[in-house]
Every structure is written in C-alpha cells, then in structure tokens.
Write a new protein. Structure first.
Length: 329
C-alpha cells in the first residue's frame, strides 16, 4: 500500500498532538512513579486531556513556514515571536523555560543567536516543535536540520539545537519512506557524533533494539538515559534519546511507541510527541487509533493565542502541499 505525502504529513502532526496529549498526566514523573500511580498507562486517563505547548508551538512553526516558505530564517522567527507571542494579549501559559528565557532576551533587545544563549538553552523546547520542518523537507534531512537550526537559534544553543535538528531530520527521512535503521542513521548524520544528543540516541536505540518489546525496554531506558540528578526533566538530549529508544523498542509501531513514551517517565508529553511524530510520518495517519485521532481538532490558543483555531489535519495538508512543491524542484 502506497502512503502519500499527505497521509504522512497528517500522521506526523497528528501523531505529535496525540503523544503530547496522552503524555500530559505523566509529565515530570519517573517510570516508577507512573507505575505506582496508574500501573501501565494505555489510554487517556480523563475525558478532558488536551495537548500542551508542544503542539501549539509546532502549529506556530507551521504557521511561520506557510508565511515565509523555504527561506525561513532566524530573523523571521524572531520577528514572529515579537509580533505574535510577545504581545500584551498573550500570557505565555504553558511555555517552557527555553521559550520564556528567550522571550525575555528578545524583549531586552537581543537577537539570534544571542537570544538563545541562556541557562536553559539545552532544553527540549525545539525538539518538541520541529515536526513541520521535517514534513516540508521530506527526503532532505540536511534541509530539515537547517530549518530547525534557524528556528532553534532564537531559543536554544548547543545541545538544545542538536536535539531539534535530529528530530526534524528523522521526520524528513520518515516522510520519504525510509526504514527505521536508515531514519536513525540519516538523522544522526546531521549532528556532531560526539555530542551528548548523539550519544544519548545511540545508547537508547541499542537498548530498544535489544529488547523484545517496548515494555521490556522501559526499565533500562528509564535507568540509563535520564540525567536523574537534575531536577527538571526537559533536557533535550534526554527526551530525544528516550523517544528514539521507544521507537526502536516498538519497531516503530505507533501505538506501542507513543505509550512507551507516556510510561518511560521524565518529560513524557515531549517524548511521546516525538515518538508519535516519527512513527506517524513513517506509517501515515491511518496508523493512529481512531479513538485517539478523533480527540484531535482545533487549537484553543491556550499557550499561543495566534494559533487559536488552527486545525491539525488542515495544517498538515497545507504543509504536505509545500512538501510536494519542494520535492518537485
């Protein structure tokens, strides 16, 4: 069965939103805490679970792409932040540390890359939102990583940018029907091999591939990948490593990869969102269970008011059109 670019785009963006929403209740908890509180989380825990800043920032990235196109630059991103996020009507509800600190830097007059050079520049704030860059750069991992770096220089630095680049590249490879081992190989080629992000991914993938199921992999992933001595759980290399680990352990099965991300602990909404975006791009929107997909719809703008009313599927379709245009060049 042929999976179209449109189906893959829908799978990537909806997969991100599904993982984000499913992982909300377990965010910030350890795998042991999750097991103690809920056993194994296999579905939504309540009827009112919604996606968070992960999805709204991804929609914001999509909005910028649709406005600026292939030439999206760090200056465009900074202008969009100044115009649409740093605004009296926007209260930054739900934004991560990296975004808040970058916003403060932009308000103080700094511009990229200086705006992204702060104490939380290593966070997963970029990795959580880069799916649109992977979608439009289908088959071009280097260009996906380039777009991620342009965006990331506004809010991140170093490992925070690497972790976003590798996710964008993985989605670009998946959008081009690459196999799992090729997705991992091609995405790792876009970042320094001696980086913390690359080492984390390599270790996590080895754990995942050595396990028979994602559930068998979770104890080792939860023990070996997180920097548990650090209080906050939004470390980019950690979240990306865990995401690649559950994707590898599940053999890219959408259902198991996302639930692995939900149950592995730490920044679970981001881990599950990344896993969902990669597997959604690989297998298309039909891989997402209907009971999960039906809960996705239009953004409410709870974190970024500019994205209020944006529809996941409609936005994915618009990005797929860009991807088709760019592939034909």
């Amino acid at each position: 069965m042929v999976i179209t670019l449109q189906q893959r785009a829908r799978g990537a963006l909806a997969g991100l939103a599904v993982g984000d929403a499913l992982g909300g209740p377990t965010e910030g908890k350890t795998a042991a805490d999750i097991q103690r509180l809920w056993g194994t989380v296999t579905d939504f825990l309540s009827d009112n679970q919604k996606w968070s800043d992960d999805t709204e920032y991804a929609l914001f990235c999509a909005r910028m792409l649709l406005q600026y196109g292939r030439g999206l630059s760090s200056e465009n991103v900074a202008e969009a932040y100044m115009r649409d996020i740093i605004h009296g009507a926007n209260e930054f509800k739900g934004a991560g540390f990296s975004e808040i600190m970058a916003i403060n830097n932009l308000r103080a007059g700094l511009r990229p890359p200086a705006s992204g050079q702060h104490l939380h520049s290593w966070s997963d704030g970029l990795a959580m939102r880069v799916a649109p860059y992977g979608i439009v750069a289908a088959g071009d991992c280097a260009f996906a990583a380039h777009l991620a770096a342009e965006d990331g220089s506004v809010t991140q630095h170093g490992e925070g940018i690497f972790s976003g680049q590798v996710v964008a590249a993985a989605i670009a490879a998946a959008m081009d029907n690459a196999a799992l081992d090729d997705i991992i190989r091609l995405s790792l080629q876009t970042i320094p091999g001696d980086s913390w992000t690359a080492r984390s991914i390599t270790c996590a993938v080895n754990i995942g591939l050595s396990a028979s199921t994602v559930w068998d992999a979770i104890p080792r992933l939860a023990h070996e990948i997180p920097c548990s001595a650090y209080y906050w759980s939004d470390l980019g290399p950690e979240a990306v490593g865990l995401a690649f680990g559950v994707v590898a352990a599940s053999r890219s099965d959408f259902h198991d990869a996302v639930l692995g991300g939900v149950n592995v602990g730490r920044d679970t909404d981001t881990v599950a969102a990344i896993a969902g975006a990669v597997c959604g791009a690989m297998h298309g929107v039909d891989a997402i269970p209907d009971r999960w997909l039906s809960r996705m719809g239009r953004a409410e703008g709870r974190c970024i008011r500019t994205v209020n009313g944006m529809d996941i599927i409609e936005t994915a379709d618009a990005l797929a059109v860009l991807a088709e245009e760019w592939k034909s060049r």
